[in-house]
Design a protein around this ligand. Structure first.
Ligand code: HEM
Length: 275
């Protein structure tokens, strides 16, 4: 069975059910799937920004390992384990649909129907794979090896996008958001898988701190923090452009988003450097 037929099978399982959902089916019929997907992309983008801020805040407890371990013990309750697993849905959907948009905008791939099928199919495969890993919970890998290969793949994709768009007349912010999108396409799903290779990877302060003391891992973490904050912040500003028309409000929103992103960037970077 090829990957294409697996994704087709999964899509046949998912799309008919999505088409039965009241709001989604209505808009998919009158505006088409690309319209629905662009809305889901926005909503998942905002969800990821909120989650990312909470995540950086939770990680700041690593400076007091007992407090971090106490919080993580709470996360082992079945309801939080389910929520952690469910988080993979907006993450992988936004990542793969973002990948679809990059292929569409930058590489001129116009096979939208097939790409939408791939987004649903691969997203479901990823969520199932993550669930399986969480249940098994016994994988081992060398963090430096894992992150070296992932970082290399992420930089190559970011560079390919850079070569395609850098000389265009579009704004610098737009270009950086697409380049960071390509970079994050590799880094974020890999980050989630890594954290669930086994229970201690992201849930035991001692294991996390030992890993973060490696200089290479520090570089990986700082690049991740900066690119996620920039990408998410710019995303919020581009959503606001469609709804906020007063010049004064626009400036206020821009200042607020920049202040929040810089503040969390500072917390995240300081944590990575000092730990
Ligand atoms: C995981 C890999 C990711 C990829 C490939 C990706 C890709 C993209 C792309 C291409 C866009 C532009 C969509 C458009 O303007 O039509 C976008 C928008 C956005 N992204 Fe991401 N992104 C990723 C991760 C993230 C993360 C981690 C966050 C949150 C911190 C985030 C937040 C946003 C927001 C808020 C928008 C604006 C939504 C919109 O304008 O439709 N993204 N993303």
């Amino acid at each position: 069975m090829t990957t294409a037929s697996v994704t087709r099978h999964i899509e046949r399982l998912i799309v008919p059910r999505l088409e039965q959902l009241p709001v989604i089916s209505y808009y998919a019929k009158i505006r088409g799937w690309p319209y629905v997907l662009s809305w889901i992309h926005r909503i998942t983008g905002i969800m990821l920004v909120l989650y990312m801020l909470i995540h950086v805040y939770t990680l700041s407890f690593l400076r007091a390992p007992e407090a971090y371990d106490a919080k993580m013990r709470l996360l082992r309750l079945p309801v939080f384990v389910m929520l952690e697993w469910a988080l993979a849905i907006p993450v992988i959907f936004h990542a793969l649909n973002g990948g679809r948009l990059l292929l569409y905008e930058i590489f001129g791939v116009r096979k939208d129907e097939a790409m939408i099928r791939w987004v649903f199919g691969l997203s479901s495969l990823y969520v199932l794979l993550l669930g399986l890993m969480m249940v098994c919970g016994s994988q081992r890998v060398t963090p430096v090896f894992y992150w070296l290969t992932t970082l290399l793949a992420a930089c190559i994709l970011g560079y390919v996008i850079y070569t395609r768009i850098w000389k265009t007349d579009i704004t610098l912010g737009w270009k950086l958001q697409r380049i960071s999108g390509g970079f994050l396409l590799m880094m974020i799903p890999a980050h989630m898988l890594f954290m669930h290779l086994n229970l201690s990877m992201g849930h035991e302060a001692g294991v996390v701190i030992a890993r973060m003391q490696n200089i290479f891992i520090k570089i990986v973490d700082i690049t991740l923090v900066i690119s996620v904050l920039f990408h998410g912040g710019y995303g919020l500003l581009s959503i606001a452009k469609d709804y906020v028309f007063s010049k004064w409000l626009k400036t206020l929103f821009k200042a607020a988003v920049c202040a929040v992103m810089v503040f969390f960037g500072w917390i995240g970077t300081k944590l990575v450097i000092l730990i």
